[in-house]
Design a binder for this molecule. Sequence first.
Ligand code: FAD
Length: 326
Amino acid sequence: MKPAPFDYFAPGTTDEALALLDEHGDAAKPLAGGQSLIPAMNFRLARPQVLVDLNRAAELSYIRSEKAGLALGAMTRQRDVERSDLVARAAPLLADAIPWIAHPQIRNRGTVGGSLAHADPSAELPAVALALEARFRARSAAGERSIAVADFFKGMLETALQPGELLVEVTLPALSPRTGTAFLEVARRHGDYALVGVAVVVTLDAKGRCQAARIACLSVGDGPVLAVEAGKTLVGQKRSDELLRAAADAAAKDDVDPPSDIHASAAYRRRLSARRGTDAAGARDGVRKSRERERGAGSGTLRLGVALRLGGNRSLLPFRRYHEGL
Ligand code: FAD
C-alpha cells in the first residue's frame, strides 16, 4: 500500500516545528522515527495531510541527569537509551525494558517520544513511565505545560496531547533508597508485541517490609494499567511466596481486564498476569533472567523472574515465579 498524498516539512528547530503544527492544526502530524506512523499511513489507517518531520530538530535528542530526575528528549532514539550508561544507572527499569521493544533496526529509528505519544497499550515505554511516575513536558505555539503520567494516557492510542502540541521531554524521577525495579514480558516470538508485560517498582523500609509498590501492566487494557490492588497487597508486608501469590491473584482478579484477540484469549492473558508459585532462590540470577526475553508460551513451563535490585549495596532480592503447564 502507498500513503494518501501529503505535504512534507522538515523544520530545523522545535520552534519552527511548532509554528508549522500551529499553522496546519488538525491536518498535521509530527513525524518522529516513523516506525508506527509510516506503516499506519501506508495502510491508510492514518491520513495526515501534512507531516512535520522532527528529525532535524537536534535539540530534542538528549539524555541527561537533572534535579528532577533523568530527562530524555522526545527524539532520543530507543537504541541510544539502550546503550546509555546513565540510563542503566539512573533508571534500571527503563534499561531493562528497552531491549524488549521490537528489533534493533526498529529501535535505531524509533524514539522515546514517539512511543509515548503513540500510546499503544502493548508498548513497553508507557508502562515504564506509569510505574516510575514520569512527567511529560509538552510545548505548543501557545506555551508549555507539564503533565503527570496519571493524566497523560487517556485510552487506546490516545494521550492528553492536543493538536499542535509536541511532547518535548519525559522526566523519570530518581528512585528512593532501597528501591528495586524489574521488567518482564511474554511474547510469542522475539520482537513481537507483548501478550502481557509488567513493570515493577518496589521500595522497602528499613526493616525489609514493602513500603511502596507500583506495578504497571501492558497489553491488558486500553493503555498501561496500574495494578493498584496487587500493590496494596504488598505494602506493609515482608516478602514471602504466599504474599507474592496473593498479589498475583489480586492483580488477576481486580486489576486487569485483558482483551481477547487473534494472539491470545482474555483468560490466557489473565493467567499470564497472575503469578503461580514463587521461588526465592537464585539471587544473582534474578536480574539476568529478568533481562531474558521469555519465549515459548505454550511450551510447558514458562519462567518469569522479577528481581528487586536494592539501592546502595546492589544486593539482589529476587522474586522468581513459574507458570506451570501454559
Ligand atoms: P512515529 O511512528 O514517528 O510516530 C508515532 C505517533 O506519535 C504519530 O502519531 C506521531 O504523530 C506521534 N508523535 C511522534 N513524536 C511525537 C512528539 N514528540 N510529540 C507528539 N506526537 C508525536 N513498539 C513497542 O513499544 N514494542 C514493540 O514490541 C514494538 N514492536 C514493533 C515491531 C515492528 C515491526 C514495528 C514496525 C514497530 C514496533 N514498535 C514496537 C513500535 C516502535 O517502538 C515505534 O518506534 C514507536 O511506537 C513509535 O515511535 P516513533 O519514533 O517511530 O514514532
